[in-house]
Design a protein around this ligand. Structure first.
Ligand code: ZN
Length: 74
């Protein structure tokens, strides 16, 4: 798709690291599938991936840990 930020680049499939924080709890997700702009580097996360990230993060928050690093699970 065309990049909405710079309007010059197009996005391609890639992987990113996403950090989600709530209160004192930080969850780091690696290997998150994203679309990356080949011009400005903006990263786009799909609604499905975002939803999955939130539900996985929620499970970690419930455990009461302070820092967790996970590989994204689709
Ligand atoms: Zn761009």
């Amino acid at each position: 798709m065309k990049c909405a930020i710079c309007r010059n680049g197009t996005t391609t499939d890639g992987y990113s690291t996403t950090v989600l924080e709530r209160d004192r709890v930080t969850v780091v997700f690696k290997k998150v599938p994203v679309q990356i702009c080949n011009n400005c580097g903006e990263e786009y996360v799909s609604a499905e991936v975002n939803e999955s990230l939130l539900s996985q993060a929620h499970a970690e928050w419930e455990r009461g840990i302070t820092l967790e690093m996970l590989d994204f699970a689709a």
